[in-house]
Each structure stands twice: as C-alpha cells, then as structure tokens.
Design a protein around this ligand. Structure first.
Ligand SMILES: [Cu+2]
Length: 188
C-alpha cells in the first residue's frame, strides 16, 4: 500500500509540472505575446477590487453558475460553503481543473482532506516536502459553514471555469462558466 501511494503521488506531481508548463505556453500564445503571465489572470489586490461577487457552494453545485467579467477587472469573490461537505472554489481552464482533480484525489488518499473537512495537521506535515499543500493562489478550500475570500484580476478575454475539484464533485455538476470579455472601452 505505501508503495502504491508514493507512486500515485509521484505521478500527480510529475503530471502537474508538465501541465503547468503547458498552460504557461498556451497562455503566452493566446495573449499575443504581451507577456503578462497566464491568460487566467493573477492574484488581485482586495483594496483595488472593482466589485464583489458572492458565490454560494452547496452539495454539489454553485450559485450562480455563470459569470461575465471584463478583462482588466479585479473581482473580490466571497465564497460561502452552505453545504455539509468540504468544497473548493478554483478558477482556471477545464484542463487545469482536470489536473487539479488528480492532486485532490491524492490529498484525499493521504487523509489531508476528508469529505467534510481539512486535516490541518496532515496538511502541515507535507508542507515544504512535496508541494502538496493546498495553497494555489487561484483557489480556496472552504469548510462547511465557512466563508472565504479570493481576489483575482482577470487579464485576458477567454473562457474559464470555476470548479470544485474535490473527488466526484466536478462530475456531479459542481462547476460554472466564466466568460471573460474584452476590456470595457477597448473599442475592438
Ligand atoms: Cu465540492
């Protein structure tokens, strides 16, 4: 059993590294060489937020399920978990979510997360060793009854998804669409 676990961990890590490089390359060509980083955007400054969007997570769906945001906007997401299970709010492309679902499955196997919560001790134990802690800037893990914030600046017009990548949730329909439109007043 330990052998199987470490194999799957190695696989998840290798896969995420490869996928990460792919995302960076794809983003570079999509944004026309502006060099502003991934097309999904970047962490934003809460004080500079253009607006606040409240997202409620239930078992297993988001409300609302569709957002339209202009490129250049900084959005403060206030994410509330109204369900009885642990949920994630993660901004990215469908491919990024597919990759992250494998990482979350590994975290669940290791007991770092459970269906209803986070094992903070186990999360801490892996800290620094394998980069498996859940600290991606584009996502928050929200325990039942809790509310967390995520501030994000959208940089390029593209189609993104917000998703919960806890094993089984995305498949159950726990995802939504984000249309990032051309910047307001861009004239094109
Ligand atoms: Cu979920």
């Amino acid at each position: 059993m330990p052998v199987q676990l470490s194999k799957s961990l190695a696989f998840a890590l290798a896969f995420s590294t490869i996928a990460g490089a792919g995302v960076a390359l794809a983003a570079g060509s999509h944004s026309g060489g502006h060099g502003h980083g991934p097309a999904i955007g970047e962490p934003g400054d809460g004080a500079a937020a253009d607006r606040t969007i409240e997202v409620v997570m239930s078992d297993n769906y988001f409300e609302p399920e569709h957002l339209t945001i202009a490129a250049g906007e900084t959005v403060r997401f206030v994410v509330k978990n109204d369900g009885e299970f642990l949920h994630e709010f993660n901004l990215g492309t469908a491919a990024m979510h597919a990759t992250h679902q494998k990482e979350m499955a590994t975290m669940m196997e290791h007991g770092m997360i459970t269906p209803t919560g986070i094992d903070h001790e186990k999360m801490q134990m892996d800290h620094g060793g394998h980069g498996m802690e859940h600290d991606d800037a584009n996502s928050v893990l929200v325990e039942p009854g809790a509310t967390k914030e995520l501030v994000w600046r959208f940089t390029a017009d593209t189609h993104l998804e917000f998703a919960c990548n806890i094993p089984g949730h995305y498949e159950a329909g726990m995802m939504g669409e984000i249309d990032v439109t051309k910047p307001a007043g861009s004239g094109s």
